[in-house]
Design a protein around this ligand. Structure first.
Ligand code: MLT
Length: 278
């Protein structure tokens, strides 16, 4: 596992009283390019621990979404547009208003696409990891709304523990450590946070047709063994991007930065360096 880098915990306040928590890591020079990291569901910014020291030459800002990690849930009903606005609050306050590189995994990818729609001119590049541009089918949407009710009745961990096997590959370089890291974050997720995020994801927009309008360098990456966002379908939607790069992380499932951090970091570093040097 990559050694931990020095981190700073920062809190910002949004207009509706939410305290947005951000972990700052990496290159702390004020002129270093900024990489914003958006976590998956039902995790938090600690999923990026292996990237904090593993990615070089960037000031890293890892955001906790509403209700997850140390970010509060001041208002229970929010949309992914609200989360994109929170990301913009982070960029304005902590990136000195500069263009940023935005990397989101799965739910973080949905928010990154929504951010592009709202604030695309603030992006230097987009990294869409283990995610997909489409909206939910009617069936998937109904399942999310059922989960939102179930977590409130039966408790969060009881309701979401079954997801573990879908998130992680059977075999990966970090194996048991990846499972422990993932379970720790999932156990920390409150029922209210899981319910609110499920409702927000159920109502998310479909970006499939918008992909061909994204005209910045964009990385579409997934794990070889990701059954939720498989390589074949990821390669198909990545072809619609104007400046797309498609990559597969071997020996990883849906949580490629946790499961195979060495290959994930090398792939992301190569992409970011090519964008920064261009
Ligand atoms: C995630 O990892 O963020 C989830 O798989 C997203 C989802 O439930 O669609």
């Amino acid at each position: 596992m990559t050694p931990l880098s020095e981190t700073n915990e920062i809190a910002l306040h949004s207009a509706d009283g939410t305290e947005i928590a951000v972990t700052a890591a990496g290159d702390q020079r004020p002129d270093a390019p900024v990489l914003l990291l958006l976590h998956g569901f039902p995790l938090d910014s600690r999923m990026w621990i292996q990237q904090f020291a593993g990615l070089k030459g960037f000031r890293i800002l890892a955001v906790d979404f509403r209700g997850f990690g140390r970010t509060t849930l001041a208002v229970e009903d929010y949309s992914l547009a609200t989360l994109a606005s929170d990301v913009e609050t982070v960029r304005r306050h902590l990136a000195h208003d500069a263009k940023v590189h935005l990397c989101g995994l799965s739910m973080g990818g949905y928010v990154a696409l929504q951010y592009w729609r709202q604030h695309g001119s603030s992006l230097a590049s987009l990294l869409l990891c283990n995610t997909k541009p489409g909206a939910d089918t009617a069936e998937a949407r109904a399942a999310r709304l059922t989960l939102a009710e179930r977590v409130m009745e039966s408790g969060s961990w009881e309701s979401i523990r079954g997801m573990m096997s879908k998130l992680l590959a059977h075999k990966s370089p970090t194996g048991e450590a990846a499972a422990q890291q993932t379970a720790e974050m999932m156990k920390a997720a409150s029922a209210e946070a899981v319910a609110a995020a499920s409702r927000a994801m159920a109502d998310r927009a479909d970006f499939t047709d918008a992909l061909s309008d994204i005209d910045i360098p964009t990385l579409a990456l997934t794990g070889r063994a990701d059954t939720l966002c498989p390589p074949d379908s990821t390669e198909q939607w990545a072809k619609r991007l104007r400046q797309g790069t498609f990559e597969i992380v071997e020996e990883a499932g849906h949580l490629s930065p946790i499961e195979n951090p060495r290959v994930f970091n090398a792939t992301v570093q190569r992409f970011l360096d090519s964008v920064v040097l261009d």
